[in-house]
Design a protein around this ligand. Structure first.
Ligand SMILES: NC(=O)c1ccc[n+]([C@@H]2O[C@H](COP(=O)([O-])OP(=O)(O)OC[C@H]3O[C@@H](n4cnc5c(N)ncnc54)[C@H](OP(=O)(O)O)[C@@H]3O)[C@@H](O)[C@H]2O)c1
Length: 405
């Protein structure tokens, strides 16, 4: 990446006059230094600031905030692609185009912003594109954004999050190689926060796993006679629907299908299943053959059979199916397998005010024989849901990272 010293002070001056009053610094963000911010108030220093083209201008930072807000507002639930927003600035620093990505197969935010500018009769030559994610450099369902930007004559690109997807990355370097001024990492935390599960999945090459359990105060998921309906109340069960709506896969073991015959569907406020296209994928993991008459194989949603007992293999297959966030709904055998493999990233536990004293545990044997070996969890949230309590927790490796921070 390189700075472009050809920009005129006049143009920079126009931009500086539009600077927001305050520039909030967040960890990891690239914002002008304190010295640079002070320099904004003096005409002499303004040209020094403008010459440092490797930093975003206040106008560009304001545009990045707008791009992030637009992306946040785009509803891309269960889309394999990230939320992305883009704002195109004219050479004078005026907004001439806005774009958001509307999901897999539709144009990327950069292309939408250029099209928006053209629709409004604005020339794009010499403009600056401000975008929350590094422009892609690969042929996916759509063409590379780098080519679209070069073709349109965009002169400068300011982006937030570097693309964590190795397949699509390299856009910044390609743009810089073609002579475009590129600034990356601007408001990067805010940009990453737009797509936490996608970012995780791209980095780890597997989906994020949330384990949901519902149990009694003494950690039982069923009574000794196997009755388990219902331990938690209707509000908690409705809350599980909300959780399913946030995930793109609902995963259970063959044991749960055979024991409970669950539908694993997402239901609307009227209790009826949502249309198949709005349902998360259902996934059933395990080696045994199971009767096709079980509800999980009905037409209400798609179902993937994962004929493996290896959690890592299952996640590999789900990632290949473009999953970014798996809701592991049970049962205890499968949950134990994921814990043993170190593949639980979050726990959502619904605890009912009920004691059984016997019956199946929420999680199977983890091979832990002494307290020191037990994974510790960090409590992220506690909420009362009807008569029950919902705990949201993260595994101890996150806690260790937090302590180190
Ligand atoms: N309270 C809750 O939140 C909750 C949630 C779900 C289920 N449940 C209860 O759990 C009970 C079913 O328990 P479960 O443990 O049999 O269900 P499960 O964990 O859903 O299924 C277990 C089966 O999954 C397969 N499997 C997949 N990966 C495995 C691995 N790594 N190791 C071993 N087996 C693996 C095995 O079957 P194959 O022979 O096919 O490989 C195994 O028998 C039901 O009574 C249900 O009500 C409770």
């Amino acid at each position: 990446m390189h700075a472009d010293s050809a920009r005129s002070p006049d143009r920079a001056g126009t931009r500086l006059s539009q600077a927001p009053e305050s520039l909030r610094r967040r960890e990891g963000d690239v914002v002008p230094s304190r010295a640079q911010q002070m320099a904004v108030s003096t005409a002499a220093a303004a040209s020094t600031y403008a010459a440092d083209r490797s930093r975003p201008t206040p106008t560009e930072i304001a545009a990045m905030r707008e791009a992030a807000a637009m992306a946040r507002g785009s509803r891309l639930d269960r889309d394999p692609n990230p939320r992305v927003g883009a704002v195109l600035l004219s050479a004078a620093g005026q907004v001439i185009g806005r774009g958001v990505h509307r999901g897999a197969g539709s144009p990327h935010a950069e292309v939408e912003a250029i099209a928006d500018a053209h629709r409004h009769g604005s020339g794009v030559e010499g403009s600056t594109l401000v975008v929350t994610l590094e422009p892609c450099h690969h042929h996916g369902r759509t063409g590379p954004c780098v080519d679209a930007l070069l073709g349109a004559g965009v002169e400068r690109v300011v982006f937030g999050q570097p693309d964590p997807n190795p397949v699509a990355a390299g856009g910044a370097v390609a743009l810089a190689d073609a002579g475009v001024a590129v600034v990356g990492g601007v408001l990067v935390k805010a940009a990453e926060a737009l797509n936490p599960y996608w970012t995780f999945a791209m980095r780890e090459r597997r989906p994020f796993v949330t384990w949901k359990l519902a149990g009694t105060l003494d950690g039982r998921s069923a009574a000794a006679d196997s009755t388990s309906k219902w331990i938690t109340g209707p509000q908690a069960r409705a809350d599980v629907q909300r959780l399913r709506a946030q995930c793109d896969v609902v995963l259970v073991g063959t044991g749960t299908v055979v024991a409970d015959d669950p539908a694993l569907t997402l239901r609307g406020p009227d209790g009826e299943p949502l249309p198949a296209l709005e349902q998360p994928l259902r996934a059933v993991m395990g080696l045994r053959e199971i009767d096709a008459r079980h509800q999980v194989f009905d037409e209400q949603a798609q179902t993937l059979r994962l004929r493996t007992r290896e959690p890592a293999t299952a996640l590999e297959q789900l990632f290949a199916a473009e999953s970014r966030h798996v809701l592991l709904e049970g049962g205890p055998t499968l949950a134990a397998a994921f814990w043993r493999a170190g593949l639980v990233d979050e726990v959502v536990a619904y605890v009912a005010p009920m004691i059984l004293g016997s019956g199946a545990a929420c999680v199977g044997d983890l091979g832990i024989r002494t307290l020191a070996d037990a994974p510790r969890l960090t409590l992220r949230d506690v909420a009362r849901i009807g008569a029950d309590v919902r705990l949201t927790l993260a595994p101890s490796r996150d806690a260790a990272e937090e302590e180190a921070d």
